[in-house]
Design a protein around this ligand. Structure first.
Ligand code: UDP
Length: 238
């Protein structure tokens, strides 16, 4: 089921998918494959805001579990998302797609700061805007960053491209009988603590009525299918 009258989307990609078949870091060849799919979506007329996670490089929780100060570790995670954003910018621009990176942690030599009106202008000019560093604060994730940017940029939907093909009632990696939802409400996701996005991100989407479409970005061509309302996905909505 396509999202009705959608024109502008927020596409969130987990950092993990930038690893390709590697165990860690960035696989430039795979980033190029992802960039081709994003370009195709743009060529089809979608206005695209992009948010990329940092889990392929560093997650604050993992650092904290090994004894690091949590906030410090989270800032390292935010820096990881900037590296991913730059890798994606490079891949997109090599394909001829004009792109700007805006970071929630100011880094003048590297990219622009987040300025909503400027981001709006970039989209009007046909550029893709990659929002880096999440919300710019520790104790959050890039899912919350994605929900925040989706709300402030008036996106019609948030597409979450990840390693699984939707939202399940239990972990499909652990339970062979796990059932995937085609559609599920925000309230059920929150009440049952379903693994979609963290609760703050889901609540922000619910309060602003932004549907969340969860799909696997690992399958080639899936972004186009899902944007057309086809393919395997779960829609989280009211
Ligand atoms: N992070 C943060 N605040 C934010 C966004 C990200 O502190 O607003 C840190 C946090 O440590 C997080 C890491 O950056 O674990 C990488 O982001 P995330 O885990 O969301 O990446 P993904 O799982 O999507 O690859």
């Amino acid at each position: 089921m396509p999202i009705k009258n959608a024109k502008r989307i927020l596409l969130k990609l987990s950092g993990e998918v930038l690893m390709g078949e590697q165990e860690f870091g960035i696989d430039p060849g795979f980033v190029t494959e992802l960039a081709k799919e994003v370009k195709q979506a743009k060529d089809e007329g979608w206005e695209i805001c992009l948010v990329i996670g940092g889990g392929n490089i560093f997650r604050g929780m993992a650092g904290a579990a090994q004894g690091m100060d949590r906030a410090q570790a989270d800032y390292m995670g935010m820096l990881a998302t900037v590296m991913n954003a730059l890798a994606m910018q490079s891949a997109l621009e090599q394909l001829g797609v004009p792109t700007r990176v805006q970071s929630a942690v100011q880094m003048d030599q590297v990219c622009e700061p987040v300025i909503r009106r400027r981001a709006e202008r970039h989209l009007e000019k046909g550029r893709i805007v990659i929002f880096a560093a999440g919300v710019g604060a520790p104790y959050f994730t890039t899912d919350s960053g994605a929900a925040l940017r989706a709300a402030e940029m008036n996106c019609d939907a948030l597409f979450k491209g990840t390693s699984v093909d939707g939202v399940y009632d239990s972990d499909p990696k652990k339970n062979a009988n796990a059932k995937r939802y085609d559609s599920v409400t925000y309230d059920k996701v929150l009440a049952d603590n379903l693994k979609v996005m963290d609760a703050s991100a889901v609540a922000l989407c619910r309060d602003n009525n932004i549907p969340i479409v969860v799909f696997s970005i690992r399958e080639k061509g899936n972004l186009a299918r899902v944007l057309a309302g086809q393919g395997t996905q779960t829609i989280v909505q009211a």
